[in-house]
Structures are given as structure tokens and as C-alpha cells.
Design a protein around this ligand. Structure first.
Ligand code: ATP
Ligand SMILES: Nc1ccn([C@H]2C[C@H](O)[C@@H](COP(=O)(O)O)O2)c(=O)n1
Ligand code: MG
Length: 237
């Protein structure tokens, strides 16, 4: 079964050199050349021998446990974990020309312009050598989502949504202790507002497309991972 996604560029051209010529990535490239649309598999698992790109968006409010659970998924299923927040923080540390703008935006709990974040994700995907990705904390807004589809020419295979009450998220973030500039009560309040205003619409969008797996993010890390395991095991085909 195939699903059309309008596109100008293609994530799949990135895989050209890492798969044999007769395999799926070449089919995508072929379609891209002859059409303004490309096609991606709708319900395929991630263990197929064809190594078709497999994308999971990992969403949830600040402190809902996305990064913690992604680390466990990497260990069990061999995904590459790309945290949009980590990529942006790395860009700040590298003293790039965009660093100051990114830092100011993060301190305010706001969203960095989509092209910047998508380009960082694109570079990380292309240099990973993997074909299975957890894209954590992205898309944070409809603008992020649309930019990803336009630049990468792809949609996620599914979306994990860590559903967590606000008071629990605030408690976790305030005791995280990783020295993040945005882990203070003022910025957390702003991030929570931005989550509700900009990120929930993205989750609703994918929900309507039947792509969201909602996880109850309250409980021990292991209890939460049991729910995650059940979902990923079903895609391990
Ligand atoms: N199930 C859990 N119960 C209690 N604490 C947890 C749980 N899962 C994660 N934590 C802790 O909560 C904090 C936030 O977790 P994590 O960094 O994984 O969240 P996140 O969703 O990635 O947040 P952000 O969006 O801010 O990056 C961390 O200190 C982590 O150790
Ligand atoms: N798609 C994204 C992801 C993150 N950011 C910025 C704004 C966030 O508050 C901050 C930290 O992200 P986290 O580590 O909590 O996922 O990074 C963004 O602008 N766009
Ligand atoms: Mg995180």
C-alpha cells in the first residue's frame, strides 16, 4: 500500500549510496524524477530487508520523558535518536552564526524557525548511516511539520505521544539538573503554553490520520517502556 506526499526534495535520495540499486530507495528517486510527488510506504515495519527509511516522531510536553524513552528504544531496536532540542543546543555550542538567535529563542521557550531545525535534522539523517529514526521533539508546530514534509519529502510512519499531566512535567523538569537554560519555572510556563498552542494541533493532525500511539507517561520508566515496547514490537516485521 502506498501513500502520496507532495514534495520538491527527497529524504530518500540520501539513501541512494547505502542500498543496492534495485531496492526501495531507488524506486523513490525514480518517482521523484517523473513526478512532483513521491511515494512512501504506509504501514511497513522497520526490519524489512529493503531498509526503507522508517521515521517515528516522538512528541509530548517538556519533561514528559521523550528523551528517556528514546534511549531505551535505541538499545532495543537500533534506531538513531535525533533530538531536535539537542541538535539546536549543539548548534549554540558550536558558535555558529545562528547560535545567538537559537539561544534567545530557547530561553524564551519559543520555537526556532523551521528551516533551521529541519536542516539540522536533514544533515543528521544523512550522516547517520542508519535508516530508522526517532525524531524527538519535532515537529513542534504546524510550521515545523509542513517544512519537514517540503524539505524532506517524507511523513512519519507513526507518532509516539507521551501524555503527561502538567504538574508532573514541571516536577520532572525542575529536578532534571542538566544545566539547561530553559529548565526554570518561568521558561517552563512559557514552554507549556507553546506546547498547548502549537504542538497539540500537530498531534491532532496526525491523530486524524490514524498515526498516533498515545502513551500514558505517568509511572516508572520501566512501566512506560512496557507500553512503548508493545508498539515497536508490532512494527518489527
Ligand atoms: N517515568 C519517569 N518518572 C520520573 N521521572 C522521569 C521519568 N521519565 C523521565 N524522568 C526524568 O524526568 C526528566 C525529564 O525527562 P526527559 O529529559 O526524558 O524529558 P523530555 O520529554 O525529553 O523533556 P524535554 O522536552 O524538556 O527535553 C529527566 O530528569 C528524567 O530522568
Ligand atoms: N522542533 C523544535 C524543538 C526544540 N526547539 C527549541 C525550543 C524548545 O523549548 C527547546 C528545547 O527542546 P527540547 O529539548 O525540550 O525538545 O528547543 C525548537 O525550537 N524546535
Ligand atoms: Mg528531551
Amino acid at each position: 500500500m502506498w501513500r502520496r506526499v507532495a514534495s520538491h526534495s527527497s529524504l530518500f535520495s540520501a539513501f541512494k549510496s547505502s542500498v543496492p540499486k534495485n531496492q526501495a530507495a531507488y524506486r523513490f528517486k525514480f518517482l521523484e524524477v517523473f513526478s512532483t510527488e513521491i511515494e512512501t510506504p504506509a504501514k511497513e515495519g522497520f526490519s524489512s530487508r529493503e531498509r526503507v527509511p522508517f521515521i517515528t516522531f516522538v512528541l509530548g510536553g517538556p519533561g514528559s520523558g521523550k528523551g528517556t524513552q528514546c534511549a531505551k528504544i535505541v538499545e532495543s531496536f537500533g534506531f538513531t535518536h535525533l533530538s531536535a532540542g539537542d541538535l539546536l543546543r549543539k548548534e549554540i555550542s558550536s558558535n555558529s552564526d545562528k547560535g545567538a538567535m537559537i539561544l534567545d529563542t530557547i530561553k524564551e521557550g519559543k520555537i526556532v524557525p523551521s528551516e533551521v531545525t529541519v536542516n539540522l535534522i536533514q544533515r543528521a539523517i544523512e550522516s547517520s548511516g542508519n535508516y530508522k529514526f526517532l525524531i524527538d521533539g519535532f515537529p513542534r508546530s504546524e510550521e515545523n511539520r509542513i517544512a519537514f514534509e517540503r524539505i524532506m519529502g517524507a511523513e512519519p510512519n507513526f507518532v509516539l505521544f507521551f501524555d503527561c499531566p502538567e504538574d508532573e512535567m514541571v516536577k520532572r523538569v525542575l529536578s532534571r539538573n542538566q544545566g539547561r537554560v530553559d529548565d526554570n519555572i518561568d521558561t517552563i510556563k512559557k514552554r507549556l503554553k507553546v506546547f498547548v498552542a502549537l504542538n497539540l494541533p500537530v498531534i491532532n493532525y496526525y491523530s486524524e490520520k490514524g498515526k498516533v500511539h498515545k502513551i500514558n507517561a505517568v509511572g516508572t520508566e520501566d512501566e512506560i517502556f512496557e507500553q512503548v515496547l508493545r508498539i515497536f514490537s508490532a512494527y518489527e516485521s
